[in-house]
Ligand binder design. Structure first.
Ligand code: HEM
Length: 250
C-alpha cells in the first residue's frame, strides 16, 4: 500500500471502525436475521417457503437493494474485518477467561463467515455463473435449494455440515458482535447492563441457530417427508435427479 493511502486509512481509523461496527448490525445483521427467518419457512413446507422467496424476489428495485443493502456493506465489513482480525492480538491461551475467548472467537468466526459467504453465494445466488440454474426468478425455489443439497458436487452430509458450521459461526459472530456493539456505542454501561445484554443476545443466538437447523433439516434431508405440509406430489418432485442439476460447489 502506498504511503498516502496508508495515511488516509490511519487518519480515518475512528470513522472506519464505527462504520464497520454499524454495518455489522445494519444492514448485515438485519439481513442475516431475515435470511434465517425466510429459510426456516422450509420447515413449514414448500408453499410457505416459495411464498416468502417469491415475495422477496418481487421487491421493487431488487438489484439495487441487493447491491447497496447487502453486497457492498458485506464486502466492506468483511474486507475491513479481515484487516482488523490480522492486526488482532488474541491472548486467550495465556489468559483463558471468558471475554478473551469471546474476542478470539469473534475473529475466528469472522474468517469462517468470510469463506462461508463466498461459497454459499457461488452455490446458490450466483450458481448460473458456473453453469447452474439462476436462483432469482425460478418458479420453485424450494426445489432448486433442495437440489443444491441433494444433487450438489459433494455428498449431501458434507454440504449439510458445511452449512451447519457456516450458520453457527455467522450466528455466534452476530450475537457476540451485538454485545460488543452495545459497548462500542455506549448503549450498555456497567457490568450489570453488559451481563443482561450478553444473556439477551445469547437467547437470540439460540433462536437463530434453531431457525438455521430447521431449514437444514427440511432442505438437506434425504427423507422427503420431513417438511410439514408437504404434499405427495411435492414428495415425488423432490427426488434428486441422477445428474447434478446445480453445478457449483459445495
Ligand atoms: C455473517 C455476516 C456478518 C455479520 C452479521 C457481522 C456482524 C458483526 C457485528 C455485529 C460486529 C460487532 C461490531 C462491534 O463490536 O461494534 C462485528 C464485528 C467484527 N466483524 Fe463481523 N459480521 C459478519 C461478517 C464478518 C466477516 C466476513 C468478517 C471477516 C473477517 C468479519 C470481521 C469482524 C471483526 C474482526 C469484528 C470485530 C471488530 C472490532 O472488534 O472492532 N465480520 N461483525
Amino acid at each position: 500500500m502506498s504511503e498516502p493511502v496508508a495515511g488516509w486509512f490511519e487518519k480515518n481509523e475512528f470513522l472506519l471502525r464505527r462504520l464497520h461496527s454499524l454495518s455489522g448490525v445494519i444492514p448485515i445483521g438485519v439481513f442475516l436475521f431475515e435470511h434465517l427467518l425466510t429459510n426456516s419457512m422450509a420447515f413449514f413446507g414448500r408453499e410457505k417457503f416459495n411464498e416468502h422467496v417469491h415475495w422477496l424476489h418481487n421487491l421493487p428495485y431488487l438489484t439495487l437493494l441487493e447491491l447497496f443493502g447487502i453486497m457492498l456493506p458485506i464486502a466492506f465489513h468483511a474486507i475491513y474485518g479481515v484487516s482488523i482480525a490480522l492486526r488482532a492480538k488474541p491472548n486467550a491461551a495465556e489468559y483463558p477467561y471468558f471475554d478473551n475467548w469471546r474476542y478470539t472467537l469473534q475473529r475466528v468466526t469472522g474468517y469462517v463467515a468470510f469463506v462461508f459467504i463466498i461459497l454459499h453465494l457461488a452455490h446458490f445466488r450466483f450458481a448460473h455463473w458456473f453453469g447452474g440454474e439462476p436462483y432469482v426468478g425460478t418458479a420453485d425455489p424450494f426445489e432448486l435449494t433442495r437440489q443444491g443439497f441433494l444433487a450438489g458436487a459433494l455428498p449431501t452430509p458434507v454440504i449439510a455440515l458445511f452449512y451447519a458450521i457456516g450458520t453457527l459461526a455467522s450466528v455466534y459472530h452476530l450475537c457476540n458482535g451485538l454485545t460488543t456493539f452495545c459497548i462500542t456505542w455506549g448503549i450498555t454501561v456497567g457490568d450489570v447492563a453488559r451481563k443482561r445484554a450478553g444473556l439477551a443476545f445469547g437467547g437470540l443466538g439460540l433462536i437463530l441457530v434453531a431457525w438455521g437447523m430447521m431449514s437444514l433439516r427440511a432442505l438437506a434431508s434425504l427423507e422427503p417427508d420431513l417438511t410439514r405440509g408437504a404434499t405427495p406430489a411435492a414428495h415425488a418432485s423432490s427426488v434428486p435427479p441422477s445428474t447434478p442439476a446445480h453445478g457449483a460447489t459445495p
